[in-house]
Design a protein around this ligand. Structure first.
Ligand code: FES
Length: 116
C-alpha cells in the first residue's frame, strides 16, 4: 500500500529487459529516452547479486562512468580521473567528491524497473 501511495516519489519507472544476463561485478550502460531530448544514461551494476543504478554523468567534472568490469567487482569507475563510486550509495571511494546520483531498481523476473 505504501509503495503505491508514495510511488510518485520514486520517479518514472522504466523497464529494462534481459538484465538477468548481466554478470556479477559488471556494469552496463542503459539509455533511457533520447539523450538529445532530456533523456539520460544510467549505469546498471550487479554487486552481491543485486542490481544498482547510477547516473552515468560523473559528479566530479562531468566525465562518463564506464561499463564493463567493476573495479574490485564492486565500484563503478569514471575513467577521466579514475575516481571510483559505490553503486549502492553513489558515494565516492577514497576521494573527496560529491556522490553520484543513484536510482531505485526493482527486479521484475528477468527484467528490472529503474525509477529515474
Ligand atoms: S570527471 Fe569523473 S573522475 Fe573526474
Amino acid at each position: 500500500m505504501f509503495s503505491k501511495l508514495f510511488g510518485f516519489l520514486r520517479g518514472k519507472g522504466v523497464i529494462v529487459q534481459g538484465v538477468d544476463k548481466l554478470p556479477e561485478g559488471f556494469a552496463k550502460v542503459i539509455d533511457i529516452g533520447d539523450p538529445l531530448a532530456g533523456g539520460k544514461q544510467v549505469v546498471l551494476c550487479r554487486v552481491g547479486g543485486k542490481l544498482y543504478a547510477v547516473d552515468r554523468l560523473c559528479p566530479h567534472e562531468g566525465g562518463r562512468m564506464a561499463e564493463g568490469p567493476l573495479a574490485d567487482k564492486q565500484h563503478v569507475v569514471c575513467p577521466l580521473h579514475n575516481y571510483r563510486f559505490d553503486p549502492k550509495t553513489g558515494s565516492a571511494v577514497g576521494v573527496a567528491c560529491k556522490a553520484a546520483t543513484t536510482y531505485t531498481v526493482e527486479m521484475r523476473g528477468n527484467d528490472c524497473e529503474i525509477f529515474v
